[in-house]
Design a protein around this ligand. Structure first.
Ligand code: 9UX
Length: 72
């Protein structure tokens, strides 16, 4: 089954930023879909059970230069 994660992504200023973040997320193990909303600064990821963790998703976003954190 799929699990869904949502978290905040800050520091994006254009549509290419969005594409960069989505691409980085989709590379991770088990990720089926990743959608980033620039206006709401939110990423939503669908991943297969037992795949990537939220911490790994956030680390991948930070690695390419954006600020990511678990939503509160
Ligand atoms: Mo747009 Mo984002 O020109 O890092 S790609 S600002």
């Amino acid at each position: 089954a799929l699990q869904q994660f949502s978290f905040t992504v800050e520091g994006m200023t254009c549509a290419s930023c969005v594409a960069r973040v989505e691409k980085a997320l989709k590379k991770l193990s088990g990720v089926q879909e990743a959608t980033v909303n620039l206006a709401t600064e939110t990423a939503t990821v669908q991943s297969i059970d037992g795949g990537v963790t939220p911490e790994q998703l956030i680390a991948a976003v930070q690695k390419i230069g954006y600020h990511a954190a678990l939503s509160t």
